[in-house]
Design a protein around this ligand. Structure first.
Ligand code: 13P
Length: 251
């Protein structure tokens, strides 16, 4: 059975002190969430050590927002998967559209990063999603299919147990414009059928597929009610403990 997950991607927001307070606020309310829902938070690198301390003893997972393609060495400014594992991360986000767009992350780099994450025992939240022009030209399925096949299809099937997919249409990220439940469900079903064609139905059925893009307490219920939507990857609304918890209560 696939897991229901609500993950908060804090992006480059909050000071360390604010991040620690936010994490404390989430921990204080985690008991209000149904047992079948997993919460994950992905603070900036600088926050991970103190936030890991706050999360100790709680069921909340800790994720990075990125990791290096290389294991160690002369790679100024990079943070390795081993370093992340060493300070208590269980996950890393990879392939977020902001990293694809602004930092040149392509299939080759993402394939290396996933290998590093797995070698070090991190699960991966792998992001896919089309831009507005792709959707306008009716190429959204092709774009998402390629983002999946170029990277995830290089993996041995058993590795898929450590992959969570996040569908984040770029036009819905931080814009206040959400995909309709129909648009999201349609793409999530397509993602599952794409996985099924390559890995088989069992793996497709067991893979958690999250929706991201202006997901908030007011629309989470409708989105999460869709049969192929297993939760959310939340940006803006994950920066308020009450909103993040309210989203996780949407089932
Ligand atoms: P918003 O929820 O702010 O639209 O961001 C979504 C996102 O990019 C999460 O990774």
């Amino acid at each position: 059975m696939r897991k229901k997950i609500v993950a908060g991607n804090w992006k480059m927001n909050t000071s360390v002190a604010e991040g620690v307070e936010l994490a404390k606020g989430i921990v204080a309310k985690v008991a209000e969430i149904s047992k079948g829902v997993t919460l994950i938070i992905a603070p900036p690198f600088t926050h991970l050590v103190p936030v890991a301390e706050v999360l100790k003893g709680s069921p909340i997972g800790l994720s990075a927002q990125n990791c290096a393609t290389e294991p160690k060495g002369a790679f100024t400014g990079e943070v390795s998967a081993a370093m992340l594992k060493g300070i208590g991360c269980n996950y890393t986000i990879l392939g977020h559209s902001e990293r694809r767009e602004y930092y040149g992350e392509n299939a080759d780099k993402l394939t290396k990063k996933i290998a590093m994450a797995f070698e070090n025992g991190l699960k991966v939240i792998y992001c896919v999603g089309e831009k507005l022009e792709d959707r306008n030209f009716n190429q959204h399925f092709d774009v998402v299919s390629k983002q999946i096949s170029d990277v995830l299809f290089t993996l041995a099937p058993e590795k898929m147990a450590n992959v969570i997919i996040a569908y984040e249409p770029v036009w819905a990220i931080g814009t206040g414009e959400t995909a309709t439940a129909e648009q999201a469900q349609e793409m999530h079903a397509f993602i599952r059928s794409t996985l099924s064609a390559h890995f088989g139905e069992k793996i497709a059925e067991n893979t958690t597929v999250l929706y991201g893009g202006s997901c908030k307490p007011s629309n989470a219920k409708e989105l999460f009610a869709c049969p192929d939507i297993d939760g959310g990857l939340i940006g803006g609304a994950s920066l308020k403990a009450d909103d993040f918890i309210a989203i996780a209560q949407a089932w």
